[in-house]
Write a protein that binds this ligand. Structure first.
Ligand SMILES: Nc1ncnc2c1ncn2[C@@H]1O[C@H](COP(=O)(O)OP(=O)(O)OP(=O)(O)O)[C@@H](O)[C@H]1O
Length: 266
């Protein structure tokens, strides 16, 4: 391997001191889903076949593979907020779930420093329980002690802005209220790596501003934040780097303004 020149290593050191050491290394990552019971190529779009199969109660023993992430590599560092953009089905959520350790790599690897936490639109809070109970259980699930939960409780309720609804079951919340509570709970703890999947999409303008401020704070406390969003304004205002995924591969990566400009033109 080639040695760095004195000048190169000085530049690397300067960059390191600005954004910190690596938190996530994604190395030639491939994720493949296996779908059982999928239609074969010859059956595609054939209504008569589909109807016959249902009437005859025939199963679909075929197994198909969906290659969702195809050889993605990058390094994320302490203090970075990385936006992931791309069209529907380009592999954004799959990549986040793989970083969170929820999907095994088909090939390649993900190395993380610390425990990544995934905050998704469907993060596992229990709908039949009240907001109150979900706050307590959610905080325990993130490894907080009872004393820490007590100390953070009011701040979480306040940040979520759900007011007296905290005493109601979450099944009575609007999707925006649920998203706010999830974000308030997840961001009450300092995460080494926080993965946010579209969770800010359902909040109103005020909540978006508050959550962006909180993401900034998390970056300052030297964590790494990944943000998947179709709202490009949120990405531009919050992130210092953007990764553009296209059909499971990185199409472009770098400065938010440059990548977003290219993405908007495509
Ligand atoms: N559980 C699954 N089983 C099989 N295929 C899946 C599964 N989840 C996602 N896929 C497929 O993987 C590909 C990438 O999906 P993914 O949800 O990661 O895309 P995305 O960029 O997050 O999309 P969106 O913007 O619509 O949320 C798509 O082709 C999708 O159909």
């Amino acid at each position: 391997m080639a040695e760095l020149t004195e000048e190169q290593s000085q530049v690397a050191q300067e960059e390191d001191s600005e954004i910190g050491s690596p938190t996530v290394i994604v190395d030639d990552l491939h994720i493949v889903y296996k779908v059982y019971g999928a239609a074969s190529e010859s059956e595609k779009g054939n209504a008569a076949n589909a109807l016959m199969r249902v009437l005859r109660r025939q199963g679909r023993p075929q197994m198909k593979e969906v290659h969702a992430v195809k050889g993605v590599s990058f390094v994320a560092r302490h203090g970075e907020a990385i936006g992931i953009i791309g069209r529907n089905g380009s592999g954004k959520s799959t990549l986040l779930r793989a970083i969170a350790g929820l999907l095994p790599p088909h090939k390649g690897a993900v190395y993380t420093d610390g425990q990544p936490s995934l905050l998704g639109v469907n993060a596992a809070l229990m709908k039949e329980l009240t907001g109150e109970r979900n706050i307590v259980l959610g905080c325990y699930a993130m490894g907080m002690s009872p004393a820490e939960v007590q100390a953070k409780y009011d701040e979480i309720v306040d940040f979520s802005g759900i007011g007296e609804f905290v005493q109601f079951p979450m099944s009575t919340y609007s999707s925006g209220m649920g998203a706010r509570l999830r974000f308030a709970i997840s961001s009450a703890k300092t995460h080494d790596v926080l993965l946010i999947d579209e969770a800010l999409a359902t909040g109103d303008r005020d909540f978006k501003r508050k959550s962006q401020e909180r993401i900034m704070q998390m970056r300052e406390s030297a964590g790494t934040v990944f943000l998947v969003a179709h709202n490009l304004d949120v990405i531009e205002e919050t992130c210092n780097r953007v990764i553009w995924l296209h059909k499971g591969k990185i199409k472009m990566e770098g400065d938010p303004q440059e990548v977003l400009e290219a993405y908007n033109k495509a």
